[in-house]
Design a protein around this ligand. Structure first.
Ligand SMILES: *[C@@H]1O[C@H](CO)[C@@H](O)[C@H](O)[C@H]1NC(C)=O
Ligand SMILES: *[C@@H]1O[C@H](CO)[C@@H](O)[C@H](O)[C@H]1NC(C)=O
Ligand SMILES: *[C@@H]1O[C@H](CO)[C@@H](O)[C@H](O)[C@H]1NC(C)=O
Ligand SMILES: *[C@@H]1O[C@H](CO)[C@@H](O)[C@H](O)[C@H]1NC(C)=O
Ligand SMILES: *[C@@H]1O[C@H](CO)[C@@H](O)[C@H](O)[C@H]1NC(C)=O
Ligand SMILES: *[C@@H]1O[C@H](CO)[C@@H](O)[C@H](O)[C@H]1NC(C)=O
Ligand SMILES: *[C@@H]1O[C@H](CO)[C@@H](O)[C@H](O)[C@H]1NC(C)=O
Ligand SMILES: *[C@@H]1O[C@H](CO)[C@@H](O)[C@H](O)[C@H]1NC(C)=O
Ligand SMILES: *[C@@H]1O[C@H](CO)[C@@H](O)[C@H](O)[C@H]1NC(C)=O
Ligand SMILES: *[C@@H]1O[C@H](CO)[C@@H](O)[C@H](O)[C@H]1NC(C)=O
Ligand SMILES: *[C@@H]1O[C@H](CO)[C@@H](O)[C@H](O)[C@H]1NC(C)=O
Ligand SMILES: *[C@@H]1O[C@H](CO)[C@@H](O)[C@H](O)[C@H]1NC(C)=O
Ligand SMILES: [Cu+2]
Length: 577
């Protein structure tokens, strides 16, 4: 009791200290209430009861300004355990509010609640929030929009309107059953039945035409589309027929604007694009469509989702309601499902704005180098079971051959209270223990090991991490997401990373800064970041099936010396396991 009281006292002291600069910045406190509840939702002529926030699908939009504090009370009314992740939010000193279950918190159990309490520091742009436990994020997600401070304009033309476009992935079946079955049998999970735009599959699916997202626009205006890929397992190409898009931001960081007909967006990534509408009423409608970019050997949902871009009829024109119905419809041409050449060209165009106001603070020196081999592998089948993975094994995935096991308690709690023994070990390997030709002939032994190992980093360590795809079960592009940080993508290439030659070509001037990056299929990517945020930070593939198979690990960043370099104590309502 006394210890508890002291904690609260220490907490209140800290709180009053950190409220002062925040007031000076003029940040507001914004309150949201998330009831996790069941809702019956009908798509493709089939109704399913699914887990939602406030009965909404997609979930409610959070809108805040840079510098604001968010207080989001999450109340769990369903049978499943739940936790919510604020994807891309730095969570400086507030790791307790990050959300991945068993990493920064125990899940919120049935009938329990938890207030996510954090301040948005030095960030503005499009992010999203989603459930971070099992596959519940298939229905529990929504936009998280951070506007610049009120007096600060965008570094591009002020848009006439802003529209979130959230891609999702729809299963007619219950997604918890889908992943549970896959984990039991060891085979690949059933693929989705449709993709969605703002929850709607649109006219290319059976029994779905009435569930079509329509974007009504005026001629001669600029729209800001806040594009979010909340799909579970698929990178997507996206294009609007007869319109060019100007990319201005990636993962809530401004980029040097460039024009393109098509964007590529991986799960976990967000992209802001400007859409300039035609100067005159075009007397036509246009599909805005998305379909996958897929590199793996497994089956995937190769369908196309479409919404409709519709011009409002000018009031003073001859266009009648009757002629509106007969308007010609144009469809975009999207790259081939395996167009790695397009993917490479597109990602190479992404550069930080790197202006005086929005500098690219790329670490110029490195304290610690890491090399992670990342990809799929196998794990053994239980005795007397026949598994449906390769050669009767179970599909598995790993980083440096370790398939990460989640503990039964939260890593951050175990660290903070000095109870790591039996929960995790601080010995994650800096590079593969047995090097091999990562993109060559696969090794005979495809079995991975498992464990709960962390990399421990002193505060302010400058980190360079090279992530190398492996071709053990076929080369495949993996969108890796790091919690708690943005990083700079200083280099990428195909084949095996060459530590003697490749660093010479690194871009340390204006590399894109983001929170989720694709490891190119059969290639590597190099990132840099400063470990200036104390806490335990999850890093994982944002293809949910790969995360389920163990393609995940965590970094433990230690406290610094100064008060503002230390993790805050846990909030009193932090869920218990
Ligand atoms: C949120 O955290 C701040 C400071 O860390 C504290 O002042 C405030 O009381 C907290 N609010 C809630 C509802 O927990
Ligand atoms: C969903 O539909 C079922 C069957 O009709 C019904 O029993 C249940 O109450 C509905 N749930 C909600 C949240 O409306
Ligand atoms: C749309 O693009 C197609 C193919 O490039 C072209 O044939 C058509 O005329 C365009 N339509 C409009 C309304 O711009
Ligand atoms: C999608 O996959 C199905 C089943 O594998 C196949 O029959 C179909 O041709 C594919 N469609 C496209 C557009 O690749
Ligand atoms: C618009 O297009 C429709 C269908 O193609 C056509 O019937 C109509 O005359 C056109 N209207 C104008 C004003 O061009
Ligand atoms: C892409 O798929 C097409 C068939 O759809 C195939 O002919 C081609 O070889 C594939 N390209 C690559 C790079 O795998
Ligand atoms: C990618 O860029 C290269 C070099 O500029 C070009 O030759 C190639 O056609 C481009 N590929 C695609 C799919 O745009
Ligand atoms: C596996 O099967 C063998 C013979 O078919 C049987 O003797 C043994 O008890 C089984 N083991 C388990 C764990 O079920
Ligand atoms: C499965 O077995 C075959 C034949 O022994 C072998 O060629 C293949 O590499 C194996 N695949 C995996 C994933 O182990
Ligand atoms: C790795 O394998 C690739 C593809 O088989 C081959 O081209 C390359 O020479 C190999 N690299 C080394 C270092 O053996
Ligand atoms: C892998 O298996 C092949 C064929 O069974 C064998 O020739 C080779 O020596 C094995 N390689 C290793 C490293 O064990
Ligand atoms: C983890 O590895 C151990 C051996 O170190 C093995 O007994 C166990 O089955 C593995 N667990 C999983 C889930 O693969
Ligand atoms: Cu992956």
């Amino acid at each position: 009791m006394a210890a508890h009281f002291l904690w609260r006292l220490a907490f209140l002291l800290l709180v009053s200290l950190c409220l002062i600069p925040e007031r000076a910045l003029g940040g507001k406190t914004r309150h949201y209430h998330f009831d996790i509840q069941y809702q019956n939702v009908t798509r493709l002529c089939h109704t399913k009861s699914m887990v939602t926030v406030n009965g909404q699908f997609p979930g409610p939009r959070i809108v805040a300004r840079e510098g604001d504090r968010l207080l989001i009370r999450v109340v769990n009314h369903v049978k499943n355990n739940i936790s919510i992740h604020w994807h891309g939010i730095r969570q400086l000193q507030t790791g307790w509010a990050d959300g991945p279950a068993y990493v920064t918190q125990c899940p919120i159990q049935t009938g329990q609640s938890y207030v996510y309490n954090y301040t948005i520091v030095g960030q503005r742009g499009t992010l999203f929030w989603h459930a971070h436990i099992s596959w519940l994020r298939s229905t529990v997600y929504g936009p998280l929009i951070i506007l610049p401070k009120s007096s600060v304009p965008y570094p591009f033309e002020k848009p006439y309107k802003e529209v979130p476009l959230v891609f999702g992935e729809w299963w007619t079946a219950d997604t918890e059953a889908v992943i549970n079955q896959a984990m039991q049998t060891g085979g690949g999970p059933n693929v989705s039945d449709a993709y969605t735009i703002n929850g709607l599959p649109g006219p290319s699916y059976n029994c779905s035409a009435k569930d079509t997202f329509k974007l009504k626009v005026k001629p001669g205006k600029t729209y800001l589309l806040r594009v979010i890929n909340a799909a579970l397992n698929d990178e997507l190409f996206f294009s609007i027929a007869n319109h060019t898009l100007t990319v201005v931001e990636a993962d809530a960081v401004y980029v040097k604007p460039f024009e393109t007909d098509t964007i590529l967006i991986a799960p976990g990534q967000t992209t802001n694009v400007l859409l300039k509408t035609k100067s005159h009423y075009p007397n036509a409608t246009f599909f805005m469509s998305a379909r996958p970019y897929a590199t793996g050997l497994g089956t995937f949902d190769n369908s196309t989702v479409s919404g409709i871009l519709e011009y409002e009829v000018p009031s003073n024109s001859l266009h009648s309601a009757a002629s509106m119905k007969k308007l010609p419809l144009f469809k975009p041409s999207l790259p081939a499902l395996n167009d790695t050449s397009f993917a490479t060209n597109f990602t190479n165009k992404l550069r930080s704005l790197a202006s005086a106001q929005f500098p690219a603070k790329v670490p110029q020196t490195v304290d610690k180098h890491f090399f992670f081999a990342i990809g799929l592998g196998t794990s053994p089948c239980q005795q007397n079971q026949t598994c449906q993975g390769p050669n009767g094994t179970k599909f598995s995935a790993s980083v440096n051959n370790i398939s990460f096991s989640l503990p039964n308690t939260a890593l951050l709690q175990a660290h903070f209270f000095g109870q790591s023994s039996g929960v995790y070990s601080p010995d994650f390997p800096n590079s593969p223990l047995i090097p091999f030709n990562y993109t060559g002939t696969p090794p005979n032994n495809t079995m991975v090991s498992n464990g709960t190992k962390l990399v421990v980093l002193p505060f302010n360590t400058s980190v360079e991490l090279v992530m190398q795809d492996t071709s053990i079960l076929g080369a495949e592009s993996h969108p890796l997401h790091l919690h708690g940080f943005n990083f700079f993508v200083v280099g990428q290439g195909f084949g095996n990373f060459n530590p003697n030659k490749d660093p010479a070509n690194f871009n340390l001037v204006d590399p894109v800064e983001r929170n989720t990056v694709n490891i190119p299929s059969g290639g590597w990517v190099a990132i840099r970041f400063i470990a200036d945020n104390p806490g335990v930070w999850f890093m994982h593939c944002h293809l949910e099936v790969h995360t389920s198979w163990g393609l995940r690990m965590a970094w433990l960043v230690l406290n610094g010396k100064l008060p503002n370099q230390k993790l805050f104590p846990p909030p009193a309502d932090l869920p218990q396991c």
